[in-house]
Design a protein around this ligand. Structure first.
Ligand SMILES: C[S@@+](CC[C@H](N)C(=O)[O-])C[C@H]1O[C@@H](n2cnc3c(N)ncnc32)[C@H](O)[C@@H]1O
Length: 249
């Protein structure tokens, strides 16, 4: 589907899982080139601070390996190996242009010896059981309809005692800020995206997917039902983003 055809993608509430996956693949392969710039610009560089916060919470104790699922252009992977010097990282994403961008970035920063980026699905991770001290997904789970399956895969490849981390956008709970956030997501953000991105429709999808994501309490309890233990929620920037940290026991 050529990107110019879209003015808006259908709401995630109205499409099947298969249609949603096709849509997600299309969106992320058309916005790769401007992804980093728009991420930093539209979040006023908060995305950088949110990833940094997650990286500071990571504890490596056995395998010294980190898995970054839905790694996109590789920011979480690259900054994790910069902070945790003895650690190596594998990053996976099902959109090949994202993997290419991550590889290029890592090579540019002389980190290609510590990073390995692969095209793969979050639902079928190409790794053996218990391989990683930390598995994380930043801004990925919102795009995956089969959330329980993705979390189970994270559990499978995490070493016992290791951490499972989800960093995700949330629709603000506070009533007052919620109105401003609604206006920002639905009016300002698509307008800015129209100026700076060739696929502005992708940013309608962003708003829609954020507003349809469960509340932090609901999502944490969902993680618990899948078998992840000791879940803690860290709210960032008025609750726009949340870091969920759990354990494999
Ligand atoms: C919003 S981006 C986040 C990228 C990166 N983690 C970051 O922090 O900027 C979401 C990424 O999830 C990837 N993705 C979505 N569903 C996926 C799946 N089932 N398997 C692998 N990657 C997936 C998309 O291709 C996209 O690159």
């Amino acid at each position: 589907m050529p990107e110019e055809k879209h003015t808006k993608y259908p709401s995630v509430k109205r499409i099947s899982d298969e249609e949603r996956i096709t849509m997600v693949k299309e969106i992320f392969s058309t916005i790769t080139g401007r992804y980093d710039f728009l991420n930093h610009f539209l979040s006023m560089r908060r995305d950088i601070a949110w990833r940094r916060f997650a990286i500071k919470k990571m504890v490596f104790f056995k395998t010294n390996r980190f898995l970054d699922i839905a790694c996109g252009t590789g920011d979480l992977s690259i900054n994790a190996v910069r902070e945790h010097r003895d650690v190596s990282v594998s990053g996976i994403d099902f959109v090949y242009p994202m993997i290419q961008a991550a590889k290029q970035k890592s090579t540019k920063k002389n980190l290609s010896g510590k990073t390995n980026f692969l095209q793969a699905s979050a639902l079928n991770l190409p790794f053996v059981e218990n391989a990683f001290d930390v598995t994380a997904m930043a801004f990925g789970i919102r795009n995956i309809p089969q959330k329980a399956d993705a979390l189970r895969e994270m559990l499978r490849v995490t070493t016992p005692g290791g951490q499972i981390m989800i960093l995700e956008m949330t629709f603000i709970q506070n009533r007052f800020f919620r109105l401003f956030y609604y206006i920002y997501l639905n009016y300002l953000l698509p307008l800015l995206a129209k100026i700076f991105s060739r696929n502005a429709a992708a940013y309608y999808y962003l708003a829609d997917s954020i507003m349809n994501f469960p509340s932090p309490e609901e999502f944490a309890s969902f993680m618990g039902e899948v078998g992840i233990a000791d879940i803690r929620i860290y709210r960032r920037t008025f609750g726009i983003a949340c870091l969920y940290v759990g354990k494999k026991v």
